[in-house]
Design a protein around this ligand. Sequence first.
Ligand code: NDP
Ligand code: HSE
Length: 437
Amino acid sequence: MRLALLGCGTVGSEVVRLLHEQSADLAARIGAPLEIAGIAVRRVGRDRGDLPVDPALFTTDPLGLIKRDDVDVVVEVVGGIEPARSWLVEALRAGKSVVTANKALLAEDGAALHDAAAEGGADLYYEASVAGAIPLLRPLRESLHGDRINRVTGIVNGTTNFILSAMDATGAGFAEALEEATELGYAEADPTADVEGFDAAAKAAILASLAFHTRVGAADVHREGITEVTAADVASAKAMGCTIKLLCIAARGADTAGRETVSVRVHPAMIPLTHPLASVGDAFNAVFVEAEAAGQLMFYGRGAGGAPTASAVLGDVVAVARNRLAGARAASESAYADLAVRPMGEALTRYHISLDVADRPGVLEAVAGVFARHDVSIATVRQGPAGGGPAGRGEDADLVIVTHVAPDAALAATVRELRGLEIVRSVASVLRVEGGV
Ligand code: NDP
Ligand code: HSE
C-alpha cells in the first residue's frame, strides 16, 4: 500500500514519524506494508530536522505525485482551499482514497470532494479535520447511524479555549490572554481564523453535516468570535456560577412554519459550571452529543498539535488501506435528509444583558416593558450600585438581566431598543447563555 503525502509541516512531519515508528504494527493491522511513495512540499530544501525519511522522496509537484500509478492513497495535510481542492478532486476521480485534515476545504466545498469520491468510487476520510485526536467523526458517521442526533454542542477550537480559560483563571483581558497564547505557541502569528471563529465555524459545518445527514457549509454557520469578550463579562459569568466558552452549537428544530430544520452557530456563551463542557480547560476540545436513544455522550481530548492530529490521520489511513485491500469502500456521504438551515434569528437561546441605567423610580418598569414588547420573558434581574462598588456613584445602577429562551431576533431587537432608551446609559455587555443556568 503506497501513499502520497501532501504537506510535511506540523501534522505531516508527525505522520511521517508515526509511519516510521509503527511500520510493523501498521503493516500487521492493514495486512500489507505501508510505504511513502513521495512527499509534496513547498520547499524541498527546508531543514526538517531528524525526520526519518529519505530526502529523495520530497517533491514540489503534488499533481505529478498524485497521478503516479503506484500511489493508492493520498494524504493531504497542506490546508487551504486551492490548490488542495483540485489535487483531491483529481485523486478521488482517479479512484485513489483520500485522507485529509483540511476543515477549511471540507466546510467551503465538501460537496466537490464527496461528488468526486462517488464518481471515482474512492474513500474520503477526514477524522483529523475536527477536534484533532478525538475520535468523533467516525462515531457520528458510523456508530450513531442507528440513532437520531438532536444536538451537538462543542468546544472545537483549542486556541480560543486556552484564551478564555486564561481570562477565567487570572481575570486577564482578551489582549493579554491572546499574548500569552501566542507566547506559548497556541495562537498563530495571525490568530484571525481562531479568535474570529472561522476555524470553529468550519468544524461546526462538518459536524452538522454528519449529525443531520445534510450538506452544511461554512456560509450556513452563524459566526461570532471572542474578541469582544471582556474581563467584566468573565467576572459577570463567575458571579452567576458560569464560565464563558466559544461554543459550536448544531441543533435540530422546527422553523416558524413547523418544518424540521437545523441551526448551526458559533459564538461565545455563558455555560453553568455544572455543565460537562465547563471543565474543559487549556487548549483541550470536547464535544457533547445528544441523541434520541443513546442520550448524552461526551468526547474529550487534544484538538490540535502535530502528534495528536497525526494519530487521527493514521487511523483513517489504516481504514482506507484496509478497504482497498478488501476491494471495498466505506459508505458514501449521507446527505439524504437535506434539511434547510434555519436563520440565526430563529435560533432559540437566552441572553445575559448588563446595563448601566439611571437609578430612579420607573426605570425597572421601563426596561421590563421593552422585554415585554418583544415577547421576551425575563428569568432573573439583579441590581447593584454602578461600578459594582458598595457605595456606587449614586445616580446610576448596574442592572443584570437574564432572559428565558426566546428567538435570537427577538432578543437582538430587545437590546437594540434598550440602547435607544434615555435611562439606559450603556449596554455594557450582551452574552448568550446556554446549558440551563
Ligand atoms: P503547516 O503550515 O505546518 O504545513 C503545511 C505543509 O504544506 C508544509 O509542509 C508546506 O511545505 C506544505 N505546502 C504548503 N503549500 C504547499 C503547496 N502549494 N504545495 C505543496 N506543499 C505545500 O500546516 P499544519 O501541518 O499545521 O496543517 C495542515 C492541515 O492540517 C491544515 O489543513 C490544518 O487546518 C489541519 N490541521 C492542523 C492541526 C494542527 O494542530 N496544526 C490540527 C488539525 C487540523 P513546506 O514544509 O515546504 O513549507
Ligand atoms: N487552530 C486550531 C485550534 C487548530 O486552535 O484548535 C486545530 O484545528
